[in-house]
Design a protein around this ligand. Structure first.
Ligand code: GLN
Length: 238
């Protein structure tokens, strides 16, 4: 088996080691004898979503988000079709915000891709620090680091989880991230996947099932060290 991961704009959306998410996806596939292929998409490159099995958008500053938005607008329709069809996406912070209708900053309004009917508004106080989230999808807490000025309003969508410690989508709603079909949007950097191997395997399993159109269950890995790190972060933040 083989899986193709599309890493969108790694030079622009790359805050706080989000690239580590790609390495984690690759490693956890390779450890199971599944061949990972990573296609980096740079500014101006064409994106053929039919060739991708999993798409990753990292976080970026407002300035970089504005640049990326210009390129992403060209693939708005095909990106939406990919998501609606069940294509797997992980979008972190700036990348998460870009999937909505807009992100209103203190300077301008950055147009979103309108894949999700959500929006983000800038507030002067940044929401920064370690964060711990409880998600129904995962046995262990989801841990990470957040640093954003944007508050994301997700309406009636399902959040990724409830904030146990930290700020999340708005700092007030008690909710963090979003789950829509096979898309996960989240404010958690850190990077997210090495700290939360369950989330990594969730994405991989869904991407393999979507690609091969059958139920695939990944063989478990010994995550003793990873879970110890996860527990350490969770306990330290609470
Ligand atoms: N620029 C966005 C904000 O400040 C996203 C930042 C990020 O990706 N960490 O809200």
């Amino acid at each position: 088996m083989r899986l193709t991961i599309g890493h969108l704009y790694p030079d622009l959306l790359n805050l706080y080691g989000d690239r580590g998410n790609i390495q984690c996806l690759q490693k956890r596939l390779a450890w199971r004898g599944i061949e990972p292929e990573v296609k980096a998409v740079h500014a101006g490159d064409k994106i053929d979503f039919s060739k991708l099995d999993l798409v990753l958008l990292g976080g970026g500053s407002d300035r970089e988000q504005k640049l990326v938005c210009r390129y992403l607008k060209k693939v708005k329709q095909s990106f939406r079709e990919y998501v609606e069809d069940g294509g797997v996406v992980l979008a972190v912070c700036g990348g998460y915000q870009l999937l909505g209708n807009y992100y209103k900053t203190n300077q301008t309004t950055i147009e979103g891709l309108e894949i999700l009917d959500i929006h983000t508004e800038w507030k002067v106080k940044r929401l920064t620090g370690n964060i711990v989230v409880r998600s129904k999808l995962f046995q262990h807490p989801v841990v990470g680091f957040e640093n954003h000025s944007g508050r994301t309003y997700i309406g009636n969508y399902t959040p990724l989880g409830q904030v146990i410690s930290g700020q999340g989508n708005t700092g007030k709603s008690g909710q963090e991230g979003i789950i829509y079909k096979n898309l996960i949007g989240t404010y958690l950097h850190g990077p997210l996947l090495p700290k939360n191997p369950e989330v990594c395997d969730y994405l991989l399993e869904h991407a393999l099932r979507w690609k091969y159109r059958r139920k695939i269950v990944l063989e478990p890995l010994s995550d003793v060290l990873e879970q110890r790190a996860n527990r350490y972060i969770a306990e330290g933040a609470m």
